[in-house]
Design a protein around this ligand. Structure first.
Ligand code: NIG
Ligand code: FE
Length: 409
């Protein structure tokens, strides 16, 4: 197999310890590095001066990175990318005084996107979602998690998950799908939330049987589902061997994170209202905290996620766009990197780990998020000198080139 070699680059490997014998650095950074790729896999990364000559001799394709910084491909681990319509009108309503919860209670909010999504053909959904996916990809995103949850009926959830899978087949990006049947109560089930959960429990094995589900999520909140209702969904998911994750403590503390930790959730997401006990439960279960600065910003929340408490308990922190029409109409993971630092006070190193190494962990993926031998050859060449520049700039896109599965895309 041809070996490819990149030199004249600094590589932020995101490895935690030493890299090829060189002392540990923040970001797992290697200055004047060499990176060798075999097929779709990293074979060697480390200081250029340490590259074994016999390995270098086998590299038949050589690339001068021109002094670029190389990072792992970015991972957007929480999106609702596939949906119909938009919610600009609701944005206007909020600017005229209505709250996100008021709008949800009066039949707007998620329910209005459900109507638009149900009415859309798969082709129309694909066109609309492709635009958003390309915006993410332009910034070096190589893995995207996409949730259903705007169909809320079997054929409609299937349509959305199939569109999501189709995006992954048509573009050089890895798509992970999450079934979010318990996202909101569809209007035809008004006042009958437990009956709707019965339906979710029928949809889940059917869609899983069709190979459409990589994980299961729910929205546990006073405007959505209770911890007890969510637990029914999670028990069914775990019985099928599927990992679970939760929209937890976004608008209030309902104890969702601790409940999800009881099901060994791979992640709990949002978490502005997370308690100390919730963080302790997540730490014990090994759950990742996915923080979503876009939703915090766009809904003008004032309660910050408890970053200090998460750090104290050693809960790993990931960052994502939460790309969706209602709370975070955002297709820039780099902007989220900046907002994680400015709004949530993460360090740039924590933020970059949050869209690479820890984001992979939030998806239960062990083969990416770090550049090390045996990992996927998904990486980005950036026109910056130091990693902090990626979090520092607002609205810049310094991506020069993205390599996906060992190939330039
Ligand atoms: O992650 N919180 C629940 N779900 C989405 C918002 C969905 C919507 O408003 O359409 C979120 O914020
Ligand atoms: Fe979300």
């Amino acid at each position: 197999m041809t070996l490819k070699l990149w030199t004249h680059c600094n590589v932020a490997t995101l490895q935690a310890g030493t890299v090829a014998g060189a002392p540990a650095q923040p970001y797992g950074l290697v200055d004047d590095a060499a990176l060798v790729v075999e097929g779709a896999t990293v074979l060697w990364v480390g200081p250029r001066a340490q590259l074994p000559p016999q390995l270098e001799a086998r590299c038949t394709q050589r690339f001068d990175a021109g002094g670029a910084l190389i990072t792992p491909g970015l991972i957007d681990c929480h999106t609702h990318l596939v949906y119909g319509g938009d919610r600009a009108a609701e944005f206007e309503l909020r600017l005229n005084g209505a709250s996100y919860e008021d709008i949800a209670r009066s039949g707007g909010g998620i329910t209005s996107t459900v109507q638009a999504t149900r009415a859309a053909t798969p082709e129309a959904l694909t066109t609309q979602s492709t635009r958003r996916l390309k915006q993410l990809m332009a910034e070096g995103v190589t893995t995207v998690e996409i949730k259903s949850g705007y169909g809320l009926a079997l054929e409609q959830e299937r349509k959305c998950l199939q569109v999501a899978r189709g995006l992954g087949q048509r573009h050089a990006v890895d798509i992970r799908t999450t079934f979010l049947g318990a996202h909101a109560l569809p209007p035809e089930f008004a006042g009958r939330a437990d009956d709707y959960i019965d339906l979710v429990l029928l949809m889940l094995p059917a869609l899983h049987g069709e190979g459409l589900v990589d994980a299961v999520d729910a929205f546990c909140e006073r405007i959505a589902f209770s911890p007890a209702q969510t637990a029914r969904v999670f028990a069914a998911a775990r019985a099928l061997g599927l990992p679970v994750k939760l929209h937890a403590e976004q608008l209030s503390d309902s104890g969702g994170a601790a409940m999800a930790a009881g099901f060994a959730a791979t992640s709990c997401d949002h978490l502005e209202w997370l308690s100390d006990a919730g963080a302790a439960a997540m730490a014990a279960a090994g759950s990742v905290a996915v923080l979503l600065p876009g939703a915090f910003y766009f809904l003008r929340e004032t309660k910050l996620p408890p970053v200090e408490i998460l750090r104290r308990h050693g809960v790993p922190i990931a960052i994502s766009t939460d790309s969706n029409p209602g709370s975070s109409p955002c297709t820039s993971l780099l902007l989220m990197l900046n907002m994680a630092c400015t709004l949530f006070r993460l360090t740039p190193e924590e933020a970059l780990a949050g869209v690479t190494r820890v984001a992979a962990q939030a998806l239960g993926l062990k083969d990416r998020g770090v550049l090390a031998p045996g990992m996927r050859a998904d990486f980005v060449l950036w026109d910056v000198q130091r990693p902090a520049q990626l979090a520092y700039a607002l609205g810049a896109n310094p991506a020069i080139q993205t390599i996906f599965n060992g190939e330039a895309r």
